[in-house]
Structure formats: structure tokens, C-alpha cells
Design a protein around this ligand. Structure first.
Ligand code: ZN
Length: 275
């Protein structure tokens, strides 16, 4: 059995503020330790259910270099660094049997939710065939494209609800109740880990009962970008056009995988400043 754990940071218990999720910020070092421990709890649950499972962890926050490799459960392998194929789901393939989202957050506009956004602050919204999707929706669709169900999510209550809407029957661990973009009432980290361990084991045992997210292509993809210069750059890519509204670019993708790759690239363009 092959299992992929994609780990983000905004949905870790106790984390509520951008300084905690940005390298160099106040309490970032503490937050990455909390993140590593929460991922270890999920790993323990997976391997309790299926001791022979091959588990890959994809560090999926910011620079993709947050988890402390030496503190991670030694029975897994770690995908670290960026850019890389399949982004937050690096290592996913058609042989993957189940995907877990640990520490995830709600989409931009999906609040009240802790640190809600879609990929980066450079993106105001992403729509697939007119339907707003965040990282949860995009990653669940990419997992589904490769035949893998998302069997568990942990994060705040809004993130859990966002996946449950797409995947009825998925397991959820709400480690905090959102009070706003930078405030929550959180479980103690030990309690969050205990729940994750228990629920991950259960989720793996019933992974074949969880439905796939399937979005057949072609897909119309619209991305609302914050910066006008980023919009200018985006429209230099063949097939990407300026859509109605100066901040929106659009393209048609053959399938989810192509849409996912190009959305990743568009968000990275925001780091290029006028020359
Ligand atoms: Zn993140």
C-alpha cells in the first residue's frame, strides 16, 4: 500500500498568525516543530493500520522546507524543496492508494477561517469551470486524477468542512475552531496528535470506501491575480488570456494535471518584479 501525506502549516494546532508560518518570523521555529509532531502522529496512525505501508510525506507549505527531517518518523521518506512536479502532492502517482491532508487551511474567501488563502497572497481566487477552489479542492482533484482518494484532513473547522463538501465520508480532525483570519480556539497539541493518530488509522482501514474527486477535462480555469504586472506576465504564456476584469487571467486545460501545473506557475510569476 502506498500513502501520501501532504503537510501544510496553517492548519496545525496552535498556529494562528502569519509570523508563525513565515521562516524567520516570531514563533516560526516553534510552529515547524508542532507541524513535524502532528505529521508524525498521522504517520503513526497510518502505520498502525497497515505496518507495511510505504509512506511518503510531502512538505507542502511556503518554501516546502519546514518539516524537521531529523525529527520525522524514520519509516517514511520526505519530499522537500520547490519548484517540483505536482507541487503540494509531490510523489503522487497512479499507484498511490490514499492521500492525507495534514495542517490544511480553507480557500481564499472561505472564511472565517484561520490564515485562509489560495496558494499565495498573490492569488485572490481560482475557479475551475466557474467554481471557486482552494488548495483543498485543487489537490483533491489532482489526487482524484491519479485515482487516489483523500481519506483525511486536519486543520481548522472551515478547512474540514471544505473537504467534506467535496468528499462526503472523508475523515476530519478539526484541531481548532476559527474565530477569524488570525484567531482560533485550539486543542492542546497533544490532544490534536492523539486524535490524528486515532483517526488516521481508521481512515486508512476504510480508504477504499472514500469517493474520488473527478473533474473531467477540458476545464476552464480562471485565476484572479492581485498584481497587474503579474497579469501582464501571465498573458505572455501561450493559451493564457486576460479575461473579463483586469485582474483575471484564463485558460483551457486538457485535464486537471495540466490546470494544476499552470496555476502553480501563474502564482510563482508574482515573485517577478517590474524590470
Ligand atoms: Zn501553507
Amino acid at each position: 500500500m502506498k500513502v501520501l501525506i501532504s503537510a501544510d502549516m496553517e492548519g496545525i494546532s496552535g498556529v494562528v498568525h502569519p509570523t508563525e508560518t513565515n521562516p524567520g518570523g516570531y514563533d516560526y521555529e516553534r510552529a515547524r516543530a508542532l507541524m513535524t509532531a502532528e505529521v508524525n502522529a498521522a504517520i503513526a496512525g497510518v502505520l498502525e493500520a497497515v505496518p507495511t505501508a510505504e509512506v511518503l510525506v510531502a512538505d507542502a507549505h511556503g518554501p516546502f522546507r519546514n518539516l524537521l527531517p531529523e525529527e520525522l518518523d524514520r519509516r517514511v521518506r520526505l519530499a522537500r524543496g520547490k519548484p517540483r512536479p505536482l507541487g503540494m502532492l509531490a510523489g503522487l502517482d497512479d499507484a498511490t492508494d490514499a492521500v492525507l491532508f495534514v495542517g490544511y487551511h480553507a480557500r481564499s474567501g472561505g472564511g472565517p477561517a484561520v490564515l485562509a488563502h489560495t496558494i499565495s497572497d498573490a492569488v485572490l481566487d481560482v475557479r475551475l469551470d466557474g467554481r471557486p477552489v482552494g488548495e483543498i479542492g485543487l489537490n483533491a482533484a489532482l489526487a482524484g486524477f491519479h485515482g487516489a482518494p483523500v481519506v483525511l484532513i486536519s486543520g481548522d473547522d472551515a478547512a474540514c468542512a471544505e473537504l467534506r463538501e467535496l468528499v462526503p465520508g472523508t475523515a476530519t480532525v478539526a484541531v481548532k475552531q476559527a474565530l477569524g483570519q488570525a484567531a482560533a480556539i485550539a486543542l492542546h497539541p497533544d490532544e490534536a496528535r492523539a486524535q490524528l493518530h486515532r483517526v488516521a488509522a481508521r481512515a486508512i482501514r476504510r480508504h477504499d470506501q472514500v469517493p474520488l474527486v473527478t473533474l473531467p477535462g477540458p476545464l476552464r480555469v480562471e485565476v484572479d491575480l492581485y498584481g497587474p504586472y503579474t497579469v501582464d506576465l501571465a498573458t505572455l504564456i501561450p493559451g493564457v488570456s486576460r479575461a473579463a476584469g483586469a485582474r483575471t487571467v484564463a485558460f483551457t486545460a486538457d485535464d486537471v494535471a495540466q490546470a494544476y501545473g499552470l496555476v502553480q506557475l501563474l502564482t510563482q510569476l508574482a515573485q517577478i518584479k517590474p524590470g
